[in-house]
Design a protein around this ligand. Sequence first.
Ligand code: BMA
Length: 839
Amino acid sequence: MLKFWTLFFILILNFHYGVAQGYEIDLNKHWQFKQAGTMQWHGASVPGNVVLDLYQNQLIKNPYFADNENSLQWIALENWDYECQFEIDKNLMDYNNKEIVFEGLDTYAKVYLNDSLVIECNNMFRAWHLDLKNGLRIGKNTLRIAFASAKKMGQTLAKQLPYQLPEGERVFTRKAQFQYGWDFGPSYPTCGIWKSVKLCAWNNIKINNLQYQLKLLNDTVAEGFLIIETQSDVNRSFNYALQYTNRDDYGTSIKKVDKKYLVELGLNIDTIHFSIQRPRLWWCNGMGQANMYYLKLAIQDGKYTFAEKTLPIGIRKIELVRAADSLGESFYFKLNNKPVFIKGANIIPSDIFLSEKSSEEKFKKIKQIEDAKINMLRVWGGGVYVDDDFISACDKSGIMLWQDFAFACAMYPGDGDFLKNVKIELKEQITRLRNHPSLALWCGNNEIDEAWHNWGWQKQFAYSAADSAKIWQDYKKLFHEIIPQTLNAYDPNANYWPSSPSIGWGHQESLKAGDSHYWGVWWGMQEFNVYTKKVGRFMSEYGFQSMPSLATCKQFCAEADLNLQSKAMKAHQKHKIGFETIETYMQRDYKVPQNLSKYIYVSQLLQRDGMKTAIEAHRSNQPYCMGTMFWQLNDCWPGISWSALEYDGTPKALFYHLKSLYNSHLVSVSNNQQSIQLTIVSDSIHSFQAKFRICLKNYKSQILWETEQSLSLEANKLGQIKIDKSALPIYDSAAVYLQAELKSDLGTLAKTNHFFTSPKYLKLLPAKIKLQDLGNGLYSLQSDVFAKDVYVFNETQNCVFSDNFFDLEAGQTKYIQLEKGKGIKSTLQLRSMSLVDVQ
Ligand code: BMA
């Protein structure tokens, strides 16, 4: 409820420093909800989702638990009402312009202000503005939002087409597509006020939008424009003052531009030209600093500031280079004229129930991503567009983003109403994201081109030639015309790629041009080794599932259900033959444990092994291949999936290994009958001298053989070393490991242990691991013999350590730091296991 004093205070504050600006009031509080047609209201959280509101009010069972999802499907078929009352003080009436902004309503929503229908919404990816010229009262006001079932709306719309589109009702609703159920998460296509609601008021002039466009960039200067869109309710001149700094606290202004503008009633577009001498460029993670500049625009008259806005920018040029070459066509990114090998991952929304998570949580995640040496994330098209906080954090951390438009794995309608709705969505999303330096690429969709040509829909839905032609024509209209045209209008410098991938993985050409989703491993059941042969120009998807930790399983399974056969566990495996696939691969390389805790551990090692094979193959094939992004970084609920990070952010074995797999120096080892090959990948932009130490060790970590070689590593070039096996002493290949370490004057650059046979044949020695709590979350570990893949964990609480799933040499002391999070006690009962325990 807006209190008089709050409003009074805001007004006083605004005028105090000569700022006659408008203001914003948060309308996220005091909401309640009920099922349409019933009488009982309950407390609601905004931003939020109806399922979470029902759960918080104890009206339904835990939607993440066991197979509760099945009995909760009714929620998506019902309509839901949300209501809030807010108080308006008469001072607000001094403002000529007032509006309520709904940043996101999911999805079919009728908004009523004091019982009058004021907006009808049909797209969760658009913001909705309610002009308050009429209808607002001094005193108490009521806002009511009636959500209709999106599922039912989709079904009604589907019936209007003479043919059936794949995926039924979901494609008709502009709603996050994964909510209808995907192979990594549940189906809850429900509703909610998923983003903030606020009331904004202003007089005279308001800055609607700022757009930064770089026009010239060389070693000495960056020149650009700031395009200013304002809305005015007066005809008069204002002074525009633009300050730009490279610090966000405005401690030092490096430049100031003042200009007088004549503003007319309504919308105005003005441009300020600016230049920055010797600009500090924006670089991605691993290539340099993600330098930012801050453009602060103030619209003033004399000592009064009527409106002001700050735009963070990064000075950089990102190009997607697609050029014909003797092998096909390149697909790589150039940042500030330097080719970048992309080390990335695909992300999905962080929760099935969409709402805004705290920015602190997002920041924590970005820190994890940065530490894992990731330089690009692909925001997958079956989810939602990246939000402001997350992309701003990516800007600061140098994490580039590949953003898919929100279309995935289906054909979409092409009628006028649908396209009109989508065009507004495109304009809003492009405008919202275009100034962020981290935004590297817009992609039309996920796997639609591939699907149309390979997934057999024509036969499955018995399309006539005319229907087929119409569906494909609708596809081309949206992805080959409307989207590129809209990008050209609102972000002409953007890179665009119509569909990821351009060619399906069953075709050899998919490895010669464009980006590739390689699913021969997992979907095609091929061995991990096939990754070394199927290397394309840019590997934007490939992946392998693993189990989440035991502590996570306990969050969704009762004790009695902690086995792979239980209904509860099966409800959290959304891939039809997911368990069978994991087990088939596990049998190839590991002994399959009967005990769940051990099974989980091995499944994570297996995923790590697969991804390691793929990433090393992709990196060792540069510059033919210039990017690797595994599927998938995170989870939208606690379940079994391809993720590297669990739903609550707990890293799996794969994630812990990323910091070495994505390190700027990587040593990859392979062997055949005669020799051992070592490939050294360096992403460093400088050439340098390094030393390479290679030892053969037994499981008491005794050195059986060693050599040290000097190596001159050229910038962005591979180094190769071959060791003839005849040079080595006779050894039992199941009882040794080869340790390769790349060193410079600064210390170890990369280190790896290579094994000559699959894990199940290794003759590891029983290891006694001493785990000591040194206080303050610091632990030390020691083992009497070589221990492979040491895993430290607690059975009921997920822990994040500075390292985990590491090899421990006999006698070595390893220190790990526990990251203390919510509810983590400083004294925690930890256990450890290593590979020998599952043999
Ligand atoms: C990819 C994605 C998703 C899916 C994943 C695993 O191709 O685009 O559609 O979850 O495969 O099957």
